[in-house]
Ligand binder design. Structure first.
Ligand code: PLP
Ligand code: COI
Length: 339
């Protein structure tokens, strides 16, 4: 048994035994290669490092009480990965290669899949980069697809404890017809100054507004946003946010719990009307929010439940995790068991 402090793992990088790689050259994908190196060697003029031809995914594998390893909704990640690749003119990774890569890398690193009951999971990071050399701004003709894994705990160090967010009014993450809906590195680069400034001011994360009008909520730096109002689960509809697979799953769970789901533009002022709000994503799962500060306009919204998550967020969180860890029947057919 590996000697890791599973219960206190941060959301960070742990060196594992292997990663997997496949190269797209001469118009086709090559055999999946297994590597134990943490390094890659790429051309000095590769498009990834000049023009941002880079897309990635974030997904998790969970060890159940039965010892089985379950991957959550891999096909949704595979689809989004294709979409992101096409969005920035890269060669998409076929679903069969994606599945082979993630199952292979999990099996090779099985000793890093956290034990059941520790609250930790194995985070998978598929990555696609343009490796072909270009000096003019054009898509590459060669690509490298990789997947590495790392055991992780909660994204926000608070875990399932409420965090404070700050609205960004000085920086936008993505333009309405830009790349916000794709999971590409450029969006994260664009979010860094707002995130660092929010962090320096004592906030866990930043909440971005729509870039055009600054009227509606877009999403948090690394996660989607939702609010609970009575029996309603409300989440922003926007062309510049990432279509979160966690959010999509929570909408299904909310409906299954008898809630009404609304996906529509959410005006900033509506923050005053929610009973509970949260950020959701693979890394964050659900991160309950206790305070949102709109410092540029001097407004603070608070959601107090004695320092804990609200009752609806707690129910949603528990059901999602119960499905992911295999504690509850997989009624939606979301899990893929690694054999
Ligand atoms: N929004 C952004 C910007 C993200 O980086 C993520 C993380 O993947 C999400 C939302 C949540 O998406 P998902 O639930 O598919 O992980
Ligand atoms: C995820 O939730 O998987 C993410 O990618 C968020 C962040 C770590 C970029």
């Amino acid at each position: 048994m590996l000697d890791l402090d599973w219960k206190n793992l941060p959301f960070g990088y742990v060196k594992t035994d292997y990663n997997v790689r496949s190269y797209f050259r001469d118009g086709k994908w090559g055999e999946l290669e297994v590597s134990s190196s943490e390094q890659i060697s790429i051309h000095i003029a590769a498009t990834a490092i000049h023009y941002g031809q880079e897309a990635f995914e974030g997904m998790k594998a969970f060890r159940g009480k039965d010892g089985k390893i379950r991957i959550f909704r891999w096909e949704e990640n595979a689809k989004r990965f294709v979409n992101s690749a096409k969005g920035i003119m890269m060669e998409p990774v076929p679903h069969d290669l994606f599945l082979k890569a993630i199952t292979t890398v999990i099996k090779l690193n099985e000793r890093f899949v956290p034990p059941y009951g520790t609250g930790a999971s194995l985070y998978l990071r598929p990555l696609l980069i343009g490796t072909g050399a270009r000096v003019g701004v054009r898509p590459a003709d060669e690509y490298l697809f990789m997947v590495f894994v790392t055991p992780v705990g909660p994204y926000f160090k608070e875990g399932f404890k409420p965090v404070a967010l700050r609205i960004s009014r000085d920086h936008d993450r993505a333009a309405p017809l830009g790349t916000g809906q794709f999971k590409v590195g450029g969006n994260y680069a664009a979010s860094l100054s707002a995130s660092v400034e929010a962090s320096q001011a004592g906030y866990s994360s930043v909440l971005f507004l729509d870039a055009k009008e600054k009227k509606y909520i877009d999403e948090a730096g690394p996660a989607n946003f939702f609010g609970i109002k009575g029996n309603k689960y409300i989440t922003p509809k926007s062309d510049s946010i990432l279509a979160s697979i966690t959010n999509k799953s929570l909408m299904d769970i909310a409906r299954d719990m008898g809630m009404e789901v609304e996906r529509r533009p959410v005006p900033v002022e509506e923050l005053a009307e929610f009973d509970e709000v949260g950020a959701c994503g693979t890394a964050a799962v659900i991160s309950p929010i206790c305070k949102i500060e709109d410092h540029k306009v001097g407004k603070v919204y608070t959601y107090c439940h004695d320092g804990e998550a609200g009752p609806v967020s707690t129910k949603l969180y528990k059901r999602l995790q119960a499905i992911q860890y295999g504690d509850e029947p997989d009624i939606f057919g979301w899990n893929y068991i690694v054999e």
